[in-house]
Structure formats: C-alpha cells, structure tokens
Design a protein around this ligand. Sequence first.
Ligand SMILES: Nc1ncnc2c1ncn2[C@@H]1O[C@H](COP(=O)(O)OP(=O)(O)OP(=O)(O)O)[C@@H](O)[C@H]1O
Length: 765
Amino acid sequence: MFIPTNPRPGDDSNREDPMNTPEQEPVNTDQHETVNGKVLPFTPRPDSASNADEIPVQERRDLSRSDVIDAEIVDEEDAEQVRHPVLVDPPTPAKASWWETTRDAKIRPLLPAWARSKAELRDRVKWVAFYTGHTVAYHAVRTPAYAGILLLRSPRGLWRVVVATHRWVYDAEGKPLRAAAVTANEYDKYFKLAEVRAERIRKRGLLAFLTLLVAAAGVYVLASYSTGLAWLLAAAGVALLGKVGTPADKPVLGRAVVTSKAPKLTSDVVVRALAALGISGINQAVAKGQGITFPAPITRDGPGWRAEVDLPHGVTVTDVMERRDKLASGLRRPLGCVWPEPVSEEHAGRLVIWVGDQDMSKAKPATWPLAKSGEADLFKSVPFGTDQRGRPVGVDLMFANMVIGAMPRMGKTFSLRVLVLAAALDPWVELVLWELKGTGDLGMFEKVAHEYGSGADDETLEGAMNSLRRLYKELERRSKTITRIAKENRALCPENKVTPQLSRNRKLGLHPIFAAIDECQELFSHDDYKEEARKLAEGIIKRGPAMGIILVLATQRPDAQSLPPGVSANAGLRFCLRVMGQLENDMVLGTSSYKNGIRATTFGAKDKGIGYLVGASDDPQIVRGYYIDGPAAEKIVDRARALREGHGTITGHAAGEVVADEAARPSYSVIADTASVIRAGEQKVWSETLVDRLAELRPEVYGSWAELDGRAKANQLASALKPFGVDTLQVYGRTEDGKTANRRGVERAAVLAAADRHRTKSNGE
Ligand SMILES: Nc1ncnc2c1ncn2[C@@H]1O[C@H](COP(=O)(O)OP(=O)(O)OP(=O)(O)O)[C@@H](O)[C@H]1O
C-alpha cells in the first residue's frame, strides 16, 4: 500500500490540488504495477492530468477526498517528494534459501522426552517390571479357579467340536446353494452341487477318520508310555475343550489391571471447549469457521494430551487461563486435569493445553530424588516438586529469597521442609530455623541447625528477632569482606557476590546461610516487633542474596500486616498454595498475577501441596511439592548430620551452643566448636590442626591462636579445653609432606563426651 504524500495543511507551495496544479507531471504508472499493494488514485489520471481543467469539478473533489482514505499524513521535505508515493508495505522479500530456513528450524529431538530423562526411563522400566510381575502373580493365584471353569465348560466344548466336524464333513456350507438350485428348478446345477458334495464327504470323511485314528493311537502310545504324560494330555485336552466351550462374553481369565482410559483429546473437542468460554474474539472467529489453528499435532505428552493452539487475533492466553474452570467443563474433564499455559517464546496468543489422564491431586506423589542418597549444592538447582506432567521442578535458592503462602493445612510447612532438607544436605550451609507456631514441625532439624526455635511465646519470638538482627549485621560484615576481596583480586569475585569458591573458604565466613521463618506473620504482626522485623527482613531480602543469605518466609495469612509489601515485593521465588482471594494471591505471587490468570484460588481443598511457583522459570508453573513425612525427614536429617560431621560443620544449636541472644551470652563455646571441627572419621587429631580449623570457623575469636607456632597452638588449646575435662595426649600422624610425627592432640571421643556434658549443663541452667 502507498501513503499518498499529502502536503502539509496551509503549505500552499506544496499543495497538490489538481485544480491548482494543471501543469503537474503525471505519476509514473509503471511503478504501480510492480508493487504488491493497493494503489491509491492520489493524482489525476495520466490521460487527463496534463489538463486539470478537463476534469469536472465534482470529480476533482472526489479524487482529492479519495486521496486521503486509508492514508496517513506525512511530512514532505520538498515538492519533488510530493510527487512520489511512499511504500507502506515492504516489498515481498525474495524466498528464503534452504540454508536460511533450515538454520532457524526447530530441531526435533532424536528420542522422545521420556527416553531422554533418566528418571522417567527408570520409572517406566520399573512400571513394566511391576506390571508383568503383578499380572503373572494374579493369574497364578487363580489357577485352580481357572481349571475348574475349564473342566465345567469342556463338555460344551466337546459338543461344539463334534457339531463343527459333522458340518464340515457333510458340507454344510453348500446347503444354501443346493436349496437355491432346487427352488429355482435348476436341475443341472443341483446335480453338479450334489456331485461336489458327495466327493467332499468322501474325502473329508476319510480325512476325519484318519485324523481320529492317528490321534487315538498317539494318545494311547503316549499314555501307555507314562501315566504322568497321560494326565497332562488329558488336562490339555480338557483345557482346550473348555476354551472352545467358553462363551465369548465370559472369558476364563480375569483382568489383573483395570485401566480407566482417559478420553482422547481431539481438535474438535478443543475448539468446542474454547468456543464455550464466552470470549467474543473466539466466538466471532469460530462463527466464521476460522481463527483457531493448531501449529502442531495434538500428541501424548507424559501422562496426558498436549494441544498447541494459536488463538484468534487479539485473544490472549490469559483470557483462557482465567477461565480454566469453564475450559475444564468444555473439555468434560475434572478441573485438576486441565492446565492451560502460555508459550513464553512465542506470541501472546500461543496456548498450550495439557490435559492429564488423572487429577493432579490423585496422582501418586513422586519420590524426592535425594530421599535415599546424595548431597545437595545450593549453588545449583535443588529438587522441589513435580509439575502436572510429573516432570521434576527444581529451584535455585542461591541468590534468591522465597515467600510461601497458603491457607492453613494446605501444605506450606511440607513445602518448606523440602527446601530445608535440601539446605541441610549441603554441608556448607548454615541453617537458621524458626517455626513460630510451636508444633515442632521442623523439630527434626535441631540436629543440624545453627539456630533453631519453635514456639509462639515471647521468648521464641525474641530469639527469631535476634536471628534477624544477627543476619542484618552479617550483611554489613559480608559486604565489607566482599568489597575487600573484589579490590584485592577481581577474578575471585567478578560479580561482587559470593561465589562457590569463596563460600568454601571458612576463613572468610561467606558460607551460605539459609534462614527460614515459618508462620512469619507472628513477627510481622507483633505489636512490639513488627516495625523492626519489617526493616530487618526488608534489608535481608534486598541485600542478602548477593551476600549468600537466603531468607524463606512462610505464612498462612498472606496480607499486608502479615507479610509487609516491601518484603513480599522483593522475593525472587514465590510459592502459593491454595488461598481464598485475589489479595492473598497477589500478595504471594506478585501484583496483577490474579489478573493475568495466575490464580491459586482455583485450587481445591484436596489439592494439598499443589501451588503456583513463580520465579523458578520464565513462566509460572504449577508444582506439587515432594511429599516427605516426618519419619522420612528424620532419616534424611540423620544423613545430613553425618555429612556435616564429616566436614566439621556442626555448629551452634546442633553443637550444643545457645545462640538465642547474642548480646546477653557469648554465642560460642570452645568445646562445641572443637567438637564441630573434628571430622567423623578422625579418632585423634593434632591440636595445631584443630586450632587452624577453629580459626577458619570463627576468625574473630580464634584468629590470633592460628598465628602462634605449633607448640604454642597446642598449649593454647590444652588450656582452653582443660575446664571441660579434656586432656591432650601424644598423637602419631603424618605431616602435609607425608612425614610421620608425634605431636600433641586430642581424642575425638573425649571431646564429644565433654561437649555433650556441656550442652546438658547449659540446657539445665
Ligand atoms: N506435597 C504434598 N502432597 C500430598 N499431601 C501433602 C503435601 N504437602 C502437604 N500435604 C498434606 O497436607 C497436610 C497439611 O500440610 P502442612 O502441615 O504442611 O500444612 P500447613 O499449610 O503448614 O498447615 P498449617 O498452616 O496448619 O501449618 C499434611 O498433613 C499432608 O498430609
């Protein structure tokens, strides 16, 4: 299409009124023929343009009006440009070459998704093995019943065999033909058919007789050879006759596995369901018989069907997502099976509808990949749950904070527990855990937590506040350390934040800190603490991620009083299980989430542990957190404790210290610290080695010890441990360069026993 280059209003010099410019050059019509758009008659026709006076006045007015239809006024720079139209539509590009199109093409994977995922493949193999085993066992148990049924049905089978043989020998199939020949008085034909029949009876009779004879002789020979074989033959014969005598509608074998096949998803069903949503854009398009297209075939995808749909122009995926219940009704499937979602890399009208065979809440929960073995690394994604299709979903906790919100009893603590378990299985992570409901839901973590408290009383709240204060102060210390390192060696700290390498260097004290507060509303709505808690949490949530401090807040009352907006707005990860209203939904998932169709209000009472997870990937995901009950969590924590003992990272509460009030008490004890730095496999350790480790653990306390020489280090530790009843002794060992040496050291058992005594004493005080 062209833009007619109209003159500026009031610009007489450029005015292109045909009445005023009779001498104007005609436009080159050849150019019009070459373009692929609509040509506007923006100048007088060539044959008459040379003489405008020949155009009747009315026609000239019409022409000038038609010039501006569909047009846009553009600035012309000079009169020359006025005469030449400007192309609006770009010229049709030359066809892309094979090279260009294939280079941008989507490469389809060689193997289906289930064959590429180890977990899914293992799952399938397990299922096939279970299925086969179960089927065999099911039928084996019923063998006597099957034998009885076959025996009962064998006489009928024998009768059927006799009748069928008789009909075959006596040519029963030719009977209708012979009868027809008789009715039609076709004697020749009848005689021919009769001859054929006689011949058949002779041959078939002989064959039947010989077969019977051979079979009888065979059975007689085999039976006289062995009685066992005779019984076997008899049983096989009876079973065969029983099978023949079985009515078609009453099979002998029952069904070991009853499958309820989910209905197939077809394009008709999808279009019908979309048309029933009451979206005018879809309705208009469907009425015209166009508008909804399927860019890819509808396929099986995991345990369900996947349809990719291009919605009509102007209709967005959000329009559909916010009507999920209506879509489910249109598809005639339970709500928990229907999951519309956008495709972020495509346009806003590209919709994927995944329809599961089974309601998500009824599907068997997947096992947490770290449940039996393995360590976690918070610098990498940790397994959190599975999506609707059963695919694992992980979260990157490092450099993030998280908010978990839900109505009571919907799975908030269980979801938090999964994250704490992952953090516990990373031996370098310091755990700071406060459960302010007082039910002890996180009690199993006492063995590994640096700080722990459970309760709704003032003392526990004060403890939680102290933790926040400590973490807030820790931000300062860490930021100074990071700035110093970045100045000294940029390569060590390129992004001015904690790196895995820095976090492992215990001298720097930059190890990850995972702080979780369950039922955080107790702090944020407490009359005395709310202001300070808000300030501290906001500071930690904003600055903590870069410093390796992760704050996870869980609440069953996600409103402005319970979760200050400054805190919730800065959380990178959000998990919202069932909530009652738009306000709570947006509080946890972020402003406008509800409007955009991300609605945790659509979850039902049975959707425990299922929620919207935002921040873990480009698009919000529906995730069901792994289900790990109390006893299973206990076992995992035992493993985590052993792991931490091996790395010498049992500190604080787990090591028997009381770290509730930093200001009032010393936040360490040398016996607990010594116990924590002796590794699980070490029976005896040199004192100087322990002093070096203590200096790494708490540089501000033991740093000066590490500067002493070997003998002085041993003396220092000996006098520090003496009050706890731990004596030093001579220990044989090897130096770093492999030489044997006999130096002063301590016995692990003695240190652990003394630490235990100290802990009991402290708790009793
Ligand atoms: N991922 C899950 N899969 C299946 N069931 C779950 C899951 N998570 C939690 N549940 C069930 O939901 C129940 C409530 O969970 P949880 O104690 O975590 O709720 P909550 O939201 O913390 O409750 P409250 O607000 O009272 O603390 C559990 O007893 C458990 O049976």
